[in-house]
Design a protein around this ligand. Structure first.
Ligand code: SAH
Length: 258
């Protein structure tokens, strides 16, 4: 299905996702149309291909179909004025789509937490080039911050929606604690390299938690900054043909393939 959802520009990419039945709601269609993925993918790559693209530092921007699937799983919870936390915000693309959905209604708070400073800086630069996002950043209802996402973001908790863009060994307890009653959390769970499952966690109004597995996925790991930078440096050396003798897994890891 999804591998044919390529576009030659943002509009045709969204149209292809809609034809494939992956984009289903007008809320997701409008928000994906409002945020040009091309701004968030490094120069020289193919932003509108339905594939993950490397961002450097061991990070990837997820494939459009994966973003769309996560957005549809969360759409009903991202009403105008919602509080949204995006852990591992990477390129900043998905955080901006969330921000467009939550809008500038009173109470809206959208925050992306990413541990690689260079990615935070480029996500901020790209976002400032989008007029409404620049306004939200200025009004302080949108933040793109450096930090360890496993700790969540207590300052703006509780959140109606929490999205985790990297695979965790288990649902991070701090994130569960920061999920509002009635809220929804989406997180890929499983070891690096798989098997991983996109896991949907709902907290009801009484605070009871239920979880279900949505689908098999392949994401980069939710890890420490040090481990991620170390592995990225090793892979860069390996691709230059200068890898030290090691039995570490040097295979490229792509986020968000199914
Ligand atoms: N949703 C992002 C996904 C980026 S890939 C996008 O589509 O652009 C996953 C991201 O998680 C990477 O940028 C990686 O640096 C980040 N990450 C991994 N572990 C993290 C942690 N503990 N805290 C914050 N960010 C983390």
């Amino acid at each position: 299905m999804s591998w044919t959802c390529h576009g030659s520009n943002n509009a045709s990419m969204v149209a292809a996702l809609k034809r494939a039945g992956i984009v289903r709601s007008s809320a997701v269609e409008e928000a994906m149309t409002a945020v040009d993925r091309g701004r968030f993918v490094p120069q020289g790559q193919a932003p509108y291909q339905d594939a993950p693209q490397p961002l450097g530092f061991g990070a990837t921007i997820s494939a459009p179909h994966m973003h769309a699937m996560c957005l549809e799983l969360l759409a009903e919870h991202i009403r105008p004025g919602a509080r949204v936390l995006d852990v591992g915000s990477g390129s900043g693309y998905l955080t901006l789509v969330f921000a467009h959905m939550a809008g500038r209604e009173p109470g809206a708070r959208v925050v992306g937490v990413e541990h690689i400073r260079e990615l935070v800086d480029s996500s901020l630069e790209a976002s400032r080039g989008v007029a409404w996002a620049a306004d939200m950043l200025r009004d302080d209802c949108l933040r793109l911050l450096q930090g360890d996402g496993t700790a969540g973001y207590p300052e703006w908790a509780p959140f109606d929606v929490i999205h985790v863009g990297a695979a965790a060994a288990c649902v991070p307890p701090a994130l569960l604690a920061q999920l509002a009653p009635g809220g929804r959390l989406v997180v890929p769970v499983g070891p690096e390299g798989g098997p991983q499952h996109l896991t949907l966690v709902d907290k009801d109004e009484g605070g009871r938690v239920s979880a279900r597995r949505e689908m098999g996925v392949m994401y980069v790991p939710l890890t420490s900054e040090e481990a991620q930078r170390g592995k990225a440096a090793l892979m860069a050396a390996w691709s230059r043909g200068a890898a030290p003798a090691t039995d570490q897994d040097g295979s490229p890891r792509e986020n968000a393939t199914r």
